[in-house]
Design a protein around this ligand. Structure first.
Ligand code: SF4
Ligand code: SF4
Length: 166
């Protein structure tokens, strides 16, 4: 099939009204949000990313023992979490492999930038995109409650018990 090349004299209409653009579908892979509270700086996502787009830095801190007489614990603290969206191919591997549910697809697209280096998005942007992540679909009627809901209820019960005994 022969296709005529575009005529450079013909002006292509550009709709500059953002409200006229179609809103992204709820499950669109537009950007990646980071729930920092869940991230343990385990680096698994960075190791599994086929394009090496994740840049994560952290350090270790000593936390007090959980119980009197116990040993002090160490924990990882996040210093930097960046994704280079000029390399990202939206495969979702980082989200799939995260053992702590710290990464999620957000529907809004990563903003276009004039320079490739500006497509490296830092933790502030990733944290903002978490607010755009849609809630999971409702469970089927009669399904068991989610593990998260069960765990949260247990923590609430322990906290209420402790409050009652102090
Ligand atoms: S979606 Fe794929 S390419 Fe993009 S950061 Fe995650 S693992 Fe890497
Ligand atoms: S795999 Fe998850 S918990 Fe580990 S560094 Fe990546 S986002 Fe954080």
């Amino acid at each position: 099939m022969n296709v005529d090349p575009p005529d450079p004299e013909v002006e292509v209409p550009v709709d500059e009204d953002p409200s006229a653009l179609e809103a992204p579908r709820t499950r669109t892979r537009g950007s990646i949000g980071l729930l920092e509270e869940n991230c343990t700086v385990c680096m698994l996502c960075a190791r599994e990313c086929p394009d090496w787009c994740l840049d994560i830095e952290g350090h270790t801190e000593v936390a007090p023992a959980a119980q009197p007489g116990g040993r002090p614990r160490t924990r990882n603290v996040l210093d930097r979490f960046a994704i280079d969206f000029s390399l990202c191919m939206y495969c979702g591997i980082c989200i799939e492999v995260c053992p702590f549910d710290a990464l999620f697809w957000a529907p809004d697209a990563v903003p276009a930038e004039p320079a490739r280096s500006d497509l490296v998005e830092e933790r502030d942007a990733l944290r903002e995109w978490i607010g755009l992540v849609p809630p999971p679909p409702a469970l089927d009627p009669g399904a068991d409650p989610s593990q998260e809901a069960v765990a949260a209820a247990k923590l609430d019960a322990i906290a209420a018990q402790r409050a009652g005994t102090t």
